[in-house]
Design a protein around this ligand. Structure first.
Ligand SMILES: [Zn+2]
Length: 171
């Protein structure tokens, strides 16, 4: 299975609302498998399809990064149906390399979605898992984690990222 390229800030796919998955065909199953492989190889604890340049509503999460099979979550059309509490913790993103910022997220969430067999599943999550769910579902709505910060912080980060992109082009 191939490792997919993870796109970064500046790519328009990251700011689009990803499309609902209506039919779980071979393409979707392969995409999910490749995303898991890519997430483990990178390594990362969560990945959303737009991050591999596919604007569809699919996320993969594994807090154990491949250590524990039971921790692997593949969710199609995930929806946040309930959230509780607030906690501020540092967060980063594979699509926004080298930027880590403190972000407020709920402490507890309930997420609804479908597995690869099309079966509806409901997951109650707390702590890190709740945070990763929020982060990945944000990706499906075209929202990056630093867009949850104050407008001032956001513009500082965008400036930094633009500078970095320009430096990259000169090389
Ligand atoms: Zn991310």
């Amino acid at each position: 299975m191939p490792i997919l390229e993870i796109i970064t800030y500046g790519n328009p796919v990251l700011v689009q609302r990803a499309e609902e998955i209506k039919k779980i065909d071979k393409t979707i199953i392969e995409l999910a498998q490749n995303m898991v492989q890519t997430m483990h190889a990178t390594p990362g604890i969560g990945l959303a399809a737009p991050q591999v340049n596919v604007s569809r509503r699919l996320i993969t999460i594994d807090l154990s990064v491949g250590e524990n099979n039971e921790d692997l979550i593949i969710l199609i059309n995930p929806e946040l149906i309930n959230q509780e509490g607030e906690i501020i913790l540092e967060e980063g993103c594979l699509s926004v390399p080298e930027i880590n910022e403190k972000v407020t997220r709920p402490t507890r969430v309930v997420v609804k979605g479908m597995d690869l067999e099309g079966k509806e599943i409901m997951i109650e999550a707390e702590g890190s898992l709740a945070r990763v769910f929020c982060h990945e579902i944000d990706h499906l709505n075209g929202k990056l984690f630093f867009e949850r910060l104050s407008p001032l912080k956001q513009s500082l980060i965008k400036k930094k990222l633009r500078k970095r992109a320009q430096a990259g082009k000169v090389e």
